[in-house]
Design a protein around this ligand. Structure first.
Ligand code: NAD
Ligand code: COI
Length: 329
């Protein structure tokens, strides 16, 4: 068996090399993203492992199927960028990596929440100007806040554990209510209840057609004055224009965004010295009430190691036995 990994970063190489040695399987590496144009690089290989936030497109699945490749593993949890219909049509099985390290994302999202509520970005801005005053930037404590968690799967649960350590009251909303959590969080039946009662709202749901822009103008209107929003899930969950209006009016006191709806052109790329054409992205970058990070909540050693190992295990399973426990459909 021969495998090829696309879009490999320097920090992933050692884990791929270790896996290849352990399993006695050749794994070629390229820094190219996988598209219809780069699919030819996989000629002669049995399976593909890839990671990107840009789309895994229909034409790409057609190209790899023409090369006789039907085993495809992505190294992420989220698979919203996979054209599932095209994969199915071309008889390509696709796996993801559920739970490579939920705490990586949860810890990051809570640390961003803390920075927001303690007004760290605004204090940093003052410090740069040698303005050492406190006035106007009094903050809140998680211990006395109600945190609304949307999506109580692996990452949401890990975030709940951390917030409960701080003593926050948790309201939770999920389309599937986890029975194991019912005795320690208050699930709301209607998301509106969570919007109305939360001091801070944190998003941990996957991107689906059904929840596109779930945080829109109507949702923000229902929220408390001075609410905080944390999004380490997917950019498409938040209508950025509505969020910017909410921030401008003061309805939203601050937002920590690790994902942004039009991030793919920018996040993970070196944009130094170049103009940012996306005016909304520029506005988010310029604000001291917004903490913007380039989709790095996952980016820890443990997470990256697991992303590599589990995705390669899955593609190996697909090649060897035609199935994997991590298939996405
Ligand atoms: P998971 O599948 O364990 O949990 C997701 C939960 O969301 C499930 O309980 C599901 O029922 C729930 N859900 C689905 N639709 C919903 C909706 N409309 N409203 C409320 N809840 C809904 O997934 P996870 O491991 O917790 O990951 C969640 C998401 O986090 C991923 O899909 C991915 O988009 C994102 N993520 C981001 C990063 C990052 O680096 N920023 C890293 C990993 C994952
Ligand atoms: C995920 O695993 O879903 C992420 O968001 C990580 C990213 C590198 C795609």
């Amino acid at each position: 068996m021969k495998l090829i990994a696309y879009n490999v970063r320097e920090d992933e190489r050692k884990y791929i090399e270790k896996w290849a040695k352990r399993n006695k399987i050749e794994v070629a590496m390229t820094d190219a993203r996988i598209t219809a144009e780069t699919a030819f690089l996989a000629k002669g290989y049995d399976g593909i492992c890839a990671l990107q936030t840009s789309a895994y497109e229909a034409e790409m699945f057609q190209s790899i199927a023409q090369l006789g490749i039907h085993s495809f593993a992505i190294r992420s949890v989220g698979y919203d960028s996979v054209d599932i219909e095209a994969a199915k049509k071309n008889n390509v099985k696709v796996t993801n990596v559920p739970g490579y390290s939920p705490s990586a994302i949860a810890e990051f999202s809570v640390s961003q929440a803390l920075q927001l509520i303690r007004r760290v970005p605004a204090f940093n801005q003052r410090m740069e100007e040698q303005d050492f005053r406190w006035s106007g930037l009094i903050s809140k404590e998680l211990k006395h806040m109600t945190v609304g968690v949307i999506g109580t799967g692996r990452i949401g649960q890990s975030a709940i554990d951390i917030y409960q350590g701080f003593g926050s009251k948790i309201l939770a909303y999920d389309v599937y209510q986890n029975p194991d959590l019912k005795d320690r969080v208050t699930y709301v039946e209607e998301i509106a209840e969570l919007f109305q009662q939360s001091d801070l709202i944190t998003l941990h749901a996957p991107a689906l057609e059904s929840n596109f822009h779930m945080i829109n103008e109507a949702a923000i209107n229902q929220m408390k004055q001075g609410v905080y929003l944390v999004n380490t899930a997917r950019g498409s969950l938040v209508d950025t224009d509505a969020l910017l209006s909410g921030l401008n009016s003061g309805k939203v006191a601050g937002a920590a965004l690790d994902t942004y709806e039009n991030e793919t052109a920018y996040f993970s790329h070196d944009w130094r010295g170049k103009t940012i054409e996306d005016t909304r992205l520029q506005e988010l970058l310029d604000r001291s009430d917004v903490l913007l990070t380039p989709h790095i909540a996952f980016y820890t050693e443990k997470a990256v190691e697991n992303m590599v190992d589990i995705s390669l295990d899955s593609v190996k399973e697909l090649v060897e036995i035609g199935k994997s426990r991590n298939e996405i459909y």
